[in-house]
Ligand binder design. Structure first.
Ligand code: PXG
Length: 460
């Protein structure tokens, strides 16, 4: 039965939510003071519907994940059919299920060459945790047990478990749990706008890559297990590395025999106009983590793709790998992932993102560049970041970092579109099914929100 939302039920849900439900990344007291949660009750295409009947354009595809859009009966049918056939069985004790086998093979053909094996989990965090355990095991098997430290970057996001949050470069997360754990270190991100100063983007790309080499030399390459990076840092503020950064980082990793791990949790499955952003940046990772767009968020699923070098050692010399989750290779999640990949292929959503909607978003965003609040607009495919600044010429930020972003985000909401603020960077990641008209509407809402924000901070 469909719940018919009313004002009454909304108030009840809000009260009950505040009384019993602890939300991720939420200040519960502040949420209560602001009147509680917005209750989302439905969605269709690229639009959400809340319990008060308001429709919102979802400029974030949920949390960067609903790549094929909402309301796909085909995905519901795939889950329904699989649940009736075999709702659950594990992949532990010499068993497998058809969807888990088929998905592993399908992923090995879709991902860059050499990534022939998949290890499944239920979240991006689990995929990254699995990676840490597997990489440490790998170097032990190779007889190089000192190679244990992971190098990552400030503002990286790799998940919320202890190891994934240690890989991440979010200082607020670290502060609350005495992280990072030993063996996780961070270098500067390739964030030209905030870190580049007077350097050209190209010169800064070299400097940011050099920071990786310097860290390897400081630690001693015999102590470094792997470098991990998102091709474009999503939750960090859609940080698109300047040209030259990735080839140089890849060269450095090879030079010192440091494994290259690419986290495609946000960038994968078409977000940037390529199946994986590794293709765009010319990356040949040793390991790759996938989640989110793998099922378009319709079911929780992740995969660690393991390259031949690591897989061969693990299989030939490793014996049993003492690691796994009840839901590794869950048949319903894998069946939904297969149907989701079918949709991405059949509707040419990746080519469309690369050739049509991505370029259209870039064009529309360019019209915001001369807004007094906007310091920079950048995008690749349907992933975009818009910097809000006090002074365009000097790139100076507002004093209370994050405040202006939140004001702007709230104005977006009030004007009918969900966008996210990362500090004072507005970010966008709509479903890959958005139309040109949806994109224009999203950018119009943002323009209105920017005007209102400028007014609120006394800039106009
Ligand atoms: N890697 C990347 C690149 C991510 O963006 C994870 C790993 C972890 O995935 P799970 O499934 O464990 O959440 C993520 C998740 C935000 C936001 O506010 C971003 C994520 C998760 C929650 C919030 O932008 N990304």
């Amino acid at each position: 039965m469909t719940v018919q939302p009313t004002r009454n039920s909304t108030a009840r849900w809000r009260r009950s939510d505040l009384a019993h439900h602890l939300h991720p990344f939420t200040d519960t007291r502040a949420l209560a003071e602001a009147g509680g949660s917005r209750i989302i009750t439905g969605a269709e295409g690229a639009r959400l519907i809340d319990s008060e009947g308001q429709r919102l354009l979802d400029g974030m595809a949920g949390l960067w994940c609903v790549n094929v859009g909402y309301g796909r009966k085909e995905l519901a049918q795939a889950a329904y059919d699989q649940m009736l056939e075999l709702p659950y069985y594990n992949t532990f004790f010499k068993t497998a299920t058809p969807p888990s086998v088929e998905l592993a093979e399908r992923l090995s053909t879709l991902t860059p060459a050499g990534l022939a094996h998949a290890f499944f989990g239920s979240s991006g965090s689990e995929a990254n945790d699995t990676m840490v355990r597997m990489v440490r095991h790998f170097w032990n098997l190779e007889g190089r047990p000192t190679k244990k430290t992971f190098i990552s970057r400030e503002y990286a996001y790799h998940g919320s478990t202890m190891a994934a949050a240690s890989l991440g470069g979010m200082s607020a997360m670290h502060a609350q749990a005495d992280l990072p754990l030993p063996g996780f270190v961070h270098v500067m991100p390739p964030y030209w706008y905030d870190y580049g100063g007077d350097l050209s983007p190209e010169a800064f790309a070299k400097k940011a890559a050099q920071a990786v080499e310097d860290k390897i030399l400081e630690l001693g390459s015999d102590n470094v297990a792997a470098f991990i990076g998102e091709p474009i840092q999503g939750a960090g503020g859609v940080i698109i590395p300047p040209e030259g950064y990735w080839p140089e980082v890849q060269r450095i990793c090879r030079k010192y025999d440091v494994l290259l791990v690419i986290d495609e949790v946000i960038c994968g499955f078409g977000r940037t106009g390529y199946w994986f952003a590794s293709e765009y940046f010319g990356l040949e990772p040793d390991l790759m983590t996938l989640a989110k767009g793998i099922t378009s968020g319709y079911q929780p699923l992740s995969a660690l793709m393991v390259g031949d070098r690591v897989a061969t050692t693990l299989i030939d010399k490793g014996g049993e790998f003492f690691h796994g989750f009840t839901y590794s290779g869950h048949p319903v999640c894998c069946a939904v992932a297969l149907a989701n990949i079918d949709i991405l292929e059949r509707e040419h959503l990746i080519e469309r993102t690369r050739e049509e909607t991505g370029p259209h978003l870039k064009q529309c965003l360019a019209t915001l560049a001369d807004h007094p609040l906007v310091g920079e607009v950048r995008s690749l495919g349907l992933l975009a970041g818009i910097e809000l600044v006090k002074d365009k010429a000097t790139r100076a930020r507002f004093d209370d970092v994050g405040k202006v972003g939140l004001i702007c985000r709230d104005h977006c909401f009030e004007n009918g579109a969900v966008l996210r603020a990362v500090r004072d960077t507005m970010v966008m990641s709509p479903p890959l099914t958005v139309t040109r008209a949806d994109i224009e509407e999203m950018v119009d809402v943002l323009r209105r929100a920017l005007d209102l924000t400028a007014r609120d901070v006394g800039m106009s």
